[in-house]
Design a protein around this ligand. Structure first.
Ligand code: MN
Ligand code: MN
Length: 288
C-alpha cells in the first residue's frame, strides 16, 4: 500500500514566479530522465523482483523518486503561480499577458495555455510522457546497469538545470535531487556487483572466438587504448568478411514450389541494364 505525507521530502523555497524556468524544470517532471520515469522504472522492476534485497531496494528508491516528482512538481507549480492567476483571472492586458508567457524564449506558453500553469506530464518541449522511456528487460544484471545509466543521466540534467537558475532556494532543492541520484547510482552499483558473476548478462556465455576480439571496422586515425589493446584483446587490424570462415552470403532452404514462385517474381521484376527509360524528370525538363 501507499500512504501520503503532505510534507515534502525537501523544503521548496521559490523566490519569485518564473514561467520560463518552470517549463525547463518540466524536463525532470515528465521528461525521459525525469522523476516519473525513474519511479515507474523501479516500481515495475520491484513488483517483478523475487530477490528480497533487490525488491526492497527497488521499492525504496521507486517511492523516493515519487517524492522527488512531488518536489519538482511543487517547484514548477510555485514558479507558475503568477502566470496561473493572471491567465485565469485575466487581470493583465492581453499584450502584457502574451509577453509574460512567451518572453522566456521557450515553450512556457504551451504549458501555461494547455495545462493552466500546473505541472504537466510533458518534457520541457511539451512532448507528452511515455512508458517508452523505460527500458526494463527483466534480467537484473542488465536492468541494474540501465538503472545506473538512468541515474547518471538524471544527475546530469539536474546539473544543467542548476546552471540556469540563480534562485538560491531552487538551486538548493535541485542540488538535493541531484545528490540523491548519485546515492541511487551507488546503491544500484553495489546491488549489481553483489550478484556474481554479473558479466556477461544472462545465462549464456559469449562464443569464445568472438568474445575478446576487437574489429578495427573504421580505418584511419586508429587509436589504441585499454578498450582494444592489451592482453584481454585480439586486435584485428583489417577485418574481412566473413569472420566465421564461411562465404559471408545469406542462404535459406525453401520448398521446390517456393523456388518456382520466387523465380517467377524475379523474372517479372528483373531490371534491364541496357534500357534508357524516359522519366517524369525528363518530361518536366522538356527533354522527352
Ligand atoms: Mn530522483
Ligand atoms: Mn534516482
Amino acid at each position: 500500500m501507499f500512504v501520503h505525507n503532505k510534507r515534502l521530502q525537501y523544503t521548496v523555497r521559490v523566490a519569485a514566479p518564473n514561467p520560463g524556468l518552470a517549463n525547463l524544470l518540466l524536463e525532470q517532471f515528465g521528461g525521459p530522465q525525469g522523476e516519473l520515469a525513474a519511479a515507474c522504472r523501479y516500481f515495475t522492476q520491484a513488483v517483478g523482483e523475487d530477490d528480497p534485497g533487490r525488491k526492497d531496494l527497488l521499492f525504496d528508491i521507486a517511492t523516493e523518486e515519487l517524492s522527488h516528482l512531488e518536489i519538482i512538481g511543487s517547484i514548477v507549480a510555485m514558479l507558475n503561480k503568477g502566470a496561473k492567476g493572471q491567465l485565469s483571472e485575466a487581470v493583465e492586458s492581453e499584450a502584457e499577458l502574451y509577453r509574460s508567457l512567451t518572453g522566456g524564449g521557450n515553450d512556457s506558453h504551451t504549458t501555461a495555455l494547455l495545462y493552466g500553469g500546473g505541472p504537466a506530464l510533458t518534457n520541457s518541449a511539451g512532448v507528452p510522457w511515455t512508458a517508452a522511456y523505460i527500458d526494463t528487460i527483466g534480467e537484473p544484471t542488465a536492468d541494474l546497469r540501465s538503472n545506473i545509466a538512468a541515474e547518471a543521466r538524471a544527475k546530469i540534467v539536474y546539473e544543467r538545470l542548476i546552471n540556469v537558475t540563480d534562485d538560491p532556494g531552487i538551486k538548493e532543492a535541485l542540488g538535493f535531487l541531484m545528490t540523491r541520484e548519485i546515492a541511487h547510482q551507488k546503491s544500484f552499483e553495489k546491488a549489481l556487483h553483489s550478484i556474481q558473476p554479473n558479466f556477461p548478462q544472462g545465462k549464456l556465455p559469449g562464443v569464445p572466438e568472438f568474445t575478446n576480439v576487437y574489429y578495427n571496422m573504421s580505418s584511419g586515425n586508429d587509436a589504441r587504448g585499454p578498450w582494444n589493446d592489451g592482453a584481454d584483446w585480439k586486435f584485428i587490424e583489417d577485418p574481412q568478411p566473413a569472420v566465421d570462415g564461411g562465404d559471408g552470403l545469406a542462404t535459406v532452404g525453401v520448398s521446390a514450389e517456393d523456388i518456382d514462385v520466387l523465380k517467377a517474381m524475379a523474372a517479372r521484376t528483373a531490371s534491364d541494364a541496357t534500357s534508357d527509360p524516359k522519366t517524369g524528370a525528363d518530361l518536366g525538363s522538356g527533354q522527352a
